[in-house]
Design a protein around this ligand. Structure first.
Ligand code: ADP
Ligand code: ZN
Ligand code: ZN
Length: 654
C-alpha cells in the first residue's frame, strides 16, 4: 500500500517535503527520511493523493505507533510558524524534547510519583486574594485573560494554587510557566507541598530522560501539573484547563535565538484554542499587558497588600557623587551592620560577575579590550585571566601597558567577586554567599545556596540579577542595589521600563515577613525621574507615564515591530545585505509599514561578526505581517544572502 506523505523536516527552509511511503503511518508521527546526503527525523503533516514532484524518495522508517503531535498541537505549531514567519520544520523541532528530536523511542522511563506529603495552608486567603479567586473561578471553562497584578509578597502563588486545585478537581491539567533559572525549584516545591497530583517539570536543570518523561506524562494526561520555562508552552496537554504565567514581565519568556517566539504571547493563543483561562502574575506588569488591560482584552485583578501584613520596604537613595572610588558607600556599610547585628540577612545586588570590569593603564588611555568584540575584558581574579563575557575569549593580563610600556596597569570597578572580597574585609565574621553564573554553574549549586539562605542565619548575599526574581527569603531585612546607573543611561527604549521592574523586584525581596524592610539604592543620578516612583512603590503611575510617552512616539505597545538582523565577518556585507533587503521591502509597497536602517547594533562587533539591524514598524499588525509573508517568498532573490547570517525577530524585546 503506497501513499504520499507531506513531511516537515528540521531545516531552515520555508517548505515541507513529499515522500513515498509503503507502510501504514498517521499524521503527527515521526519518520526517518533521507534528506540530501543525510538522514533526518521529520513529522508527518498530512497524507496526499499526489505530489507536484515526479521523483519522490521513500521514507526509511516510521518511528512511532501513535502520533507524537495531535491535531490541536499541530494547529498551534502552524499558527506559531506563521506568526513568527519561521520554517515549520524548525518550529516543530523546537517544540519537541531532544530525545524525540533525535529519534529515541517515545517511552516513559520513570513515572514521576505523587508528592510525598501535601497539606492545606494554615491561613485563609486575604480579601484581595479571595476576590481574585472568585473572579477567575467564574471563567474556569472559557477563554479569559487575567492580569494578576500583586505587589511583591502579596500571595499571588496562593491564588495560583487555589485556582489550580479547582481545575484539577475538574479532572483537567494545569500548565505553569516560570522565568528561566532560579525560581523553578522553589515553585515546584510549593506546588508539590499543596497539590496531590503528578507534577512534572521541564527546565534546564532536568536531564534529557527526565524531560522526555515529563513530556510524555503531559501528553498522556497523567501529569496534573506541568511546570516549566518558556519551551513548556509546547507541552502537549490533552486536558489543558488553565495556563499560569508567573513573572509575566520577565524577558526570558522570549526565546532569543533560532525560533524567536514569546511564550507569554503564545499562551494567549493556546488558551483561546483550548477555551480556558490564562493568569499572568507579576508585581510589575509589562507595558504590553497594561495596554491589553486598557483595551479591555484582559481583566486586571490587584493585590495591593502583602499577605503577611508586612509593609512594603522603605526605599532610600545614596548619592554616590560624594563618595570616592569604592563600590560601597559608608552609609550602606553602616546600615548593613545594623541589620546584621539584629541577626538579619542583607542582600547586595550588582549586575556584573567577575572581579573587575575594567583593566586599564593609569598613565595613558589604554584599556584591555576583546580582540573579537566591541567590549572590554573582565578581570577574573581566581584564575588570573581577562575574559570576554560576550565571546568567552580569555587571555593572561599584560604586566606592562602595551601602549606606553609602563608598569601602570590596574583594575577599575567592581564585579561580584571583588565585591565579595571587599565585603570580607568589612565583615570578617559574617558568611558571604555569592550567587552568579560562575558560582552556580554546577547542577544543584543554586539550590544549595538557597538552602543556606533559607536556614535564616545572618549572612550577606551578593548576587546578579539571578536573584531579582520571585524569591521569598523570610529573614532578609535589607537590600542594597549597587550599580544601576548603566540602566539609567540605556539606549534601549525599554531601558527604563526594565530598570523600574528590576528595582521593584529586587526591593521586593526585603522584609517580606514581619517588620518593614529597607532598600538602599546607590546612584550618581539621584534626580532621575524614575526614582520618584520607585521610592514610593508607585509602579503603576510610572508605567502610565511611560505609556503616554510611547503613544506619542508611536512605539510598542502602540505599534508593532519586527527586526531583521544580519551579521557577517565582512562589515560591508552585512550592511549591503540589509540595504538590499530594504529595497526589496520597499518594493512590496505597503506604506503603513515604516522601514528604518540599516543601523549598527548596540554592540556592532561580536565574536568577529559585525551586526546590523533593519527595523520594521507599523501601527497595523496585519500590514506588517503581510509584508513579512511577502518577504519570505522573495528572500531567494537576495543576491548577498550567502555572504551573511541573518534572522527575523517578530516583536523584538532587546
Ligand atoms: P508573591 O508571589 O505575590 O510574591 P507569595 O505567594 O510568595 O507572594 O506569598 C508570600 C508569602 O505569604 C508566602 O510565604 C505565603 O505562604 C504567604 N501567604 C500567602 N497568602 C497568605 C495569606 N492569605 N495569609 C497569610 N500568609 C499568606
Ligand atoms: Zn599606558
Ligand atoms: Zn569577545
Amino acid at each position: 500500500m503506497s501513499s504520499i506523505l507531506k513531511v516537515a523536516v528540521p531545516v531552515p527552509l520555508n517548505q515541507t517535503f513529499d515522500y513515498k511511503c509503503e507502510v501504514e503511518v498517521a499524521q503527527g508521527m515521526r519518520v526517518k527520511v533521507p534528506f540530501g546526503r543525510k538522514k533526518v527525523i521529520g513529522i508527518v503533516l498530512a497524507k496526499k493523493d499526489k505530489s507536484d514532484f515526479a521523483k519522490l524518495k521513500t521514507i526509511e522508517e516510521v518511528l512511532d505507533d501513535t502520533p507524537i503531535l495531535d491535531q490541536p498541537m499541530l494547529d498551534f505549531l502552524h499558527w506559531s510558524a506563521n506568526y513568527y514567519h519561521h520554517p515549520i520544520g524548525e518550529v516543530i523541532a523546537a517544540a519537541l524534547p531532544k530525545n524525540l528530536r533525535i529519534g529515541k523511542p517515545a517511552i516513559i522511563k520513570k513515572v514521576v510519583g505523587l508528592p510525598i506529603e501535601t497539606s492545606e495552608p494554615n491561613f485563609e486567603p486575604t480579601d484581595e486574594q479571595q476576590h481574585a479567586i472568585a473572579q477567575i473561578s467564574t471563567s474556569l471553562n472559557q477563554y479569559h485573560g487575567f492580569l494578576l497584578h500583586g505587589v511583591t509578597g502579596s500571595g499571588k502563588t496562593e491564588v495560583y494554587l487555589r485556582i489550580a486545585q479547582k481545575v484539577l478537581n475538574q479532572g483537567k491539567q494545569v500548565l505553569v510557566l516560570v522565568p528561566e533559572i532560579g525560581l523553578t525549584p522553589q515553585m515546584i516545591a510549593r506546588f508539590e507541598s499543596r497539590l496531590n497530583t503528578h507534577i512534572v517539570s521541564i527546565h534546564s536543570q532536568r536531564n534529557e530522560t527526565q524531560k522526555l518523561d515529563a513530556y510524555l506524562m503531559a501528553k498522556d494526561g497523567s501529569a496534573g501539573v506541568v511546570l516549566g520555562t518558556r519551551s513548556a508552552i509546547f507541552a502537549p496537554m490533552p486536558n489543558l484547563g488553565l495556563i499560569i504565567i508567573d513573572e509575566e514581565h520577565d524577558t526570558s519568556f522570549k526565546q532569543q535565538s533560532s525560533f524567536r517566539y514569546s511564550a507569554r504571547d503564545l499562551c494567549f493563543v493556546r488558551a483561546k484554542q483550548a477555551n480556558i483561562p490564562v493568569i499572568l502574575g507579576t508585581a510589575t506588569p509589562s507595558l504590553e499587558m497594561l495596554k491589553q488591560v486598557m483595551d479591555k482584552k484582559i481583566t486586571r485583578l490587584t493585590l495591593k497588600k502583602r499577605a503577611s501584613g508586612a509593609p512594603l520596604p522603605k526605599v532610600n537613595l545614596i548619592d554616590m557623587r560624594t563618595e570616592t572610588g569604592s563600590a560601597l558607600s559608608a552609609l550602606l556599610i553602616e546600615r548593613m551592620r545594623q541589620h546584621l547585628k539584629n541577626n538579619k540577612q542583607v542582600m547586595l545586588f550588582i549586575n556584573r560577575r567577575g572581579y573587575a570590569p575594567v583593566y586599564f593603564c593609569t598613565q595613558c588611555d589604554w584599556k584591555s579590550e576583546c580582540d573579537h568584540c566591541d567590549s572590554s575584558m573582565i578581570y577574573h581574579r581566581h584564575i588570573n585571566r581577562l575574559r570576554c563575557h560576550h565571546c568567552g575569549d580569555e587571555k593572561i593580563p599584560e604586566q606592562t601597558c602595551p601602549d606606553c610600556g609602563e608598569q601602570s596597569l590596574e583594575v577599575f570597578g567592581y564585579g561580584t567577586q571583588r565585591l565579595e572580597e571587599t565585603l570580607g574585609s568589612h565583615f570578617a565574621n559574617t558568611p558571604i554567599i555569592r550567587i552568579d553564573r560562575d558560582t552556580t554553574r554546577r547542577k544543584k549549586a543554586f539550590e544549595q545556596h538557597l538552602e543556606q539562605i533559607n536556614s535564616g542565619e545572618p549572612c550577606i548575599i551578593v548576587g546578579t540579577q539571578m536573584l531579582a526574581k520571585g524569591h521569598d527569603f523570610s529573614n532578609l531585612a535589607m537590600v542594597g542595589v549597587l550599580d544601576i546607573d548603566g540602566g539609567l543611561l540605556s539606549s534601549n527604549f525599554r531601558g527604563t521600563e526594565y530598570l523600574a521592574q528590576l528595582l521593584i523586584q529586587v526591593s521586593g525581596r526585603a522584609g517580606r515577613s514581619g517588620e518593614q524592610g529597607e532598600v538602599a539604592i546607590q546612584t550618581r543620578y539621584p534626580d532621575h525621574p524614575i526614582f520618584n516612583f520607585v521610592l514610593s512603590n508607585r509602579y503603576t503611575q510610572f508605567a502610565s507615564t511611560l505609556l503616554k510617552q510611547r503613544t506619542q512616539a508611536k512605539m510598542p505597545p502602540f505599534s508593532h515591530q519586527a527586526l531583521i538582523c544580519a551579521n557577517a565577518k565582512v562589515k560591508q556585507n552585512a550592511q549591503d545585505f540589509l540595504q538590499e533587503m530594504a529595497v526589496l521591502l520597499k518594493s512590496i509597497q505597503i506604506d503603513t509599514v515604516e522601514i528604518w536602517g540599516p543601523v549598527s547594533a548596540v554592540m556592532e562587533k561580536k565574536a568577529d561578526y559585525y551586526y546590523f539591524n533593519l527595523y520594521l514598524q507599523s501601527d497595523n499588525r496585519k500590514s506588517l505581517h503581510q509584508m513579512l509573508a511577502t518577504l519570505n517568498q522573495h528572500t531567494k532573490t537576495l543576491t548577498l544572502k550567502n555572504k551573511v547570517r541573518w534572522y527575523l525577530d517578530v516583536d523584538p524585546v532587546e
